[in-house]
Design a protein around this ligand. Structure first.
Ligand SMILES: C[S@@+](CC[C@H](N)C(=O)[O-])C[C@H]1O[C@@H](n2cnc3c(N)ncnc32)[C@H](O)[C@@H]1O
Length: 233
């Protein structure tokens, strides 16, 4: 799979501080990546919900569409999206980490409709637009400032009539037995997640008013599936 025209070079893209300081072990290490990039691990991290969360996100898109995947995801997610848009469509995966781009290119090597590109999603994306944008469990790993810029950039990349899909953590109900465990996970491993849990994604961008928003939560409120459809005019 060859990089698309206009791809940023590795030298021009700087790894964000939050990624280096907080998530080197998870996303930037050649030692841990092969262990973490397994469907079983992703499924365990999401308490057995990875399959249904991924399938629901992928089902938002249609064959023939051009879709942007905002950041790499461990497991088969990118392959599922590429299969969904099919050979008449196109999938572009964008990530800021060269190791992740190399890894997803390997995973997508047999799906010619897919390309992967190195870029920081909190920086302007260069004006390309898509029928769909899919952001799967990225926002909780990003500090508030960059998160707002990412949401704004992703909404800007949706064509009229197209949609953005955000799947991520959400504040779970008080009776959810996992609430104390997840609080501990967020405190120790996911320091930016708490600021996402109660903040509606549409409050993060001035462009939100151009979209119709639908939300649902799953698994006792722990996860949110949010769809923003851009009105045609
Ligand atoms: C999508 S998130 C987490 C996904 C999920 N936890 C999983 O199972 O893989 C992880 C990815 O986000 C990428 N990332 C973080 N900040 C980014 C940014 N500003 N621009 C592009 N990619 C970013 C990281 O490099 C990493 O590959």
């Amino acid at each position: 799979m060859s990089p698309p025209a206009g791809e940023s070079t590795a030298n021009a893209v700087v790894l964000p501080d939050y990624l280096r300081k907080t998530y080197t072990w998870a996303y930037l290490s050649h030692r841990t990546l092969p262990w973490l990039d397994r469907s079983l691990v992703v499924s365990a991290i999401l308490w057995g919900n990875a399959g249904r969360l991924m399938r629901a996100a992928v089902a938002e898109f249609a064959p023939g569409q051009r879709v942007l995947q905002a950041a790499c995801v461990y497991g088969a997610f990118s392959s599922m999206l590429a299969a969904r848009v099919g050979e008449s469509g196109a999938l572009e995966v964008v990530d800021v980490a060269p190791i992740q781009i190399a890894n997803v290119r390997r995973k997508l090597a047999h799906q010619r409709q897919a390309v992967a590109r190195l870029a920081d999603l909190s920086q302007p994306l260069g004006g390309a637009t898509f029928d769909g944008v899919c952001c799967f469990f990225l926002l909780h790993e990003v500090p508030e400032d960059q998160r707002r810029r990412i949401v704004d950039n992703l909404l800007a990349a949706v064509e009229p009539g197209g949609k953005a899909v955000f799947v991520d953590y959400h504040r779970c109900t008080r009776w959810n037995p996992l609430a104390p465990v997840m609080n501990l996970v967020f405190r120790t491993l996911e320091p930016y997640a708490p600021s996402l849990l109660d903040t509606p994604i549409e409050s993060m961008s001035a462009r939100a008013g151009e979209f119709d928003w639908t939300h649902r939560t799953l698994f006792g409120g722990l996860y949110q599936h949010v769809v923003a459809v851009r009105r045609k005019a």
